[in-house]
Ligand binder design. Structure first.
Ligand SMILES: *[C@@H]1O[C@H](CO)[C@@H](O)[C@H](O)[C@H]1NC(C)=O
Ligand SMILES: *[C@@H]1O[C@H](CO)[C@@H](O)[C@H](O)[C@H]1NC(C)=O
Ligand SMILES: *[C@@H]1O[C@H](CO)[C@@H](O)[C@H](O)[C@H]1NC(C)=O
Length: 135
């Protein structure tokens, strides 16, 4: 293969993080447990909503407001460029959310996704990051 063809192939097929790869949120100084989250399609496709399934057990019930937070971060950015927050039931020991649709950003599909459960009295209950940078 000549050099130009190799360059073109790399341009067409950027390196994507493996499906399912995740990390904790310590990069953002959030030190909480990670939990089971999956989404489809993974990696995300530009313009298509993501369908999330979210399950957590062993929660300490609280009567304060609880929300689930989906945020999209550029590489090395401290604040998300897009985010969605949804209130969920509080005072539960277990949360099972299925088929939760979240709109993806309309400016790029080069991002990391943060999914966090936040309770007004506790702060971050848990948090997980999915780096899906296009390399
Ligand atoms: C993480 O999970 C462990 C085991 O379930 C629990 O003992 C610990 O308190 C949790 N840590 C945080 C920060 O929620
Ligand atoms: C929270 O849940 C407990 C246990 O199910 C229940 O006894 C209590 O009434 C609930 N509190 C509120 C404010 O919903
Ligand atoms: C969560 O709810 C879905 C749909 O009701 C169910 O199929 C699934 O088994 C539940 N998951 C857990 C861990 O309870």
């Amino acid at each position: 293969m000549n050099k130009i063809l190799i360059i073109i192939l790399f341009a067409i097929f950027p390196i994507v993080y493996a499906k399912g790869s995740y990390q904790d949120c310590s990069l953002y100084n959030i030190y909480s447990n990670v939990t089971t989250v999956d989404f489809d399609p993974d990696p995300p496709l530009f313009g298509l909503p993501l369908k999330f399934n979210y399950f957590v057990s062993g929660l300490k019930p609280t009567t304060t407001s609880t929300s689930i937070f989906f945020a999209f971060f550029s590489e090395n950015a401290n604040v998300p460029f897009d985010a969605h927050i949804m209130q969920v039931k509080s005072n539960l020991t277990e949360l099972n959310l299925t088929d939760l649709y979240v709109h993806t950003p309309l400016i790029t599909s080069d991002y990391a996704i943060m999914v966090a459960l936040i309770d007004d009295s506790v702060g971050y209950v848990n948090c997980i990051m999915f780096p899906r940078f296009l390399g």
